[in-house]
Design a protein around this ligand. Structure first.
Ligand SMILES: [Mg+2]
Length: 290
């Protein structure tokens, strides 16, 4: 027992390029540490641009039973076993509570239809492209394209025109109340959400649930769309990326990893939580590597 016994650690993490290697999508470098965190009951909470269906594959592999945040913060899903009840107007989906920060996908699809004439031939959407089109645009397998297309809160747009018309399109979409998130390949049309708002909301749920415990929040991310999440936690971690420049944060306590992807994830998480984990379950990677 030590001075940290009243502390509850939460680790929020981006998935692609952070917990998963940018090129190989492997998390093998993080496996021993993830195992230790499971044993120590430290939640690792994925925060991703992926859909629930896409993330489900990884959650199953990792035996991750903790909450998760999808579609760039559009919704928080919480396994019912985590919290007995939620405040606010959470929906129920299967065995999960779902708290949404965005209108449903159909709302954004209808909005995009209104712009089809004005921006004719300049964009296509996942809805219009269909699974076959998504496979062509992304190189995903059929099963993976189907999962990518199982969206609840956002519609990806592939821009076919020039930069100037794209800016006009973004302005028109935003004027209709949507938020446009620029991903690597697509524009994501969604509600007024970001990873930071979703993380803050979920932290509040933990705070309410674990009254009397101090939360220590970590978040790891590698790119621009992680900034909002990194700004709202105690210990932001920027995972060095082979393809992105290091995002700039206002936060004064930022850890920038030396290693890339999951190796950087292990480097930072082990270092930041080592002083706070009081009883390591085994002689493992949480402690003693420095
Ligand atoms: Mg990433």
């Amino acid at each position: 027992m030590n001075g940290f016994m009243h502390q509850k650690i939460l680790i929020f993490t981006d998935v692609d390029g952070s917990l998963l290697d940018h090129h190989s999508y492997s998390y093998s470098a993080a496996e021993p540490l993830l195992e230790d965190l499971r044993t120590a009951d430290v939640p690792v909470i994925p925060v991703t641009s992926k859909t629930r269906a896409e993330l489900q594959v990884l959650r199953t592999e990792l035996q991750n039973r903790h909450p998760f945040i999808v579609e760039n913060g559009a919704a928080v899903f919480i396994p019912k076993a985590c919290f007995p009840e939620l405040v606010g107007n959470a929906d129920t989906v299967d065995d999960l509570f779902c708290y949404a920060f965005s209108e449903p996908r159909a709302y954004w699809q209808a909005l995009l239809k209104e712009l089809e004439t004005e921006f004719e031939h300049l964009f296509t959407t996942f809805e219009k492209a269909g699974v076959k089109g998504i496979m062509e645009m992304t190189g995903l397998s059929r099963a993976a394209a189907e999962r990518a297309n199982q969206r609840d809160f956002s519609e990806p747009v592939s821009w076919l025109g020039d930069e100037k018309s794209k800016q006009a399109f973004i302005a028109a979409v935003e004027a209709r109340g949507a938020t446009v998130l620029q991903g690597g390949r697509f524009l994501h049309i969604t509600g007024g959400c970001d990873k930071g708002k979703a993380v803050q909301w979920l932290c509040q749920q933990y705070q309410d649930h674990y009254a009397g415990l101090d939360l220590l929040t970590l978040a790891a991310g590698d790119s621009h769309n992680d900034i909002a999440m990194l700004e709202v936690v105690d210990k932001p971690i920027i995972i060095r990326s082979p393809i992105q420049t290091i995002p700039t944060l206002k936060h004064r306590d930022v850890y920038i990893t030396n290693k890339y992807g999951p190796e950087g994830w292990v480097e930072a998480v082990s270092k930041l939580i080592a002083p706070t984990i009081s009883c390591p379950p085994s002689n493992n990677s949480l402690l003693g590597n420095d």
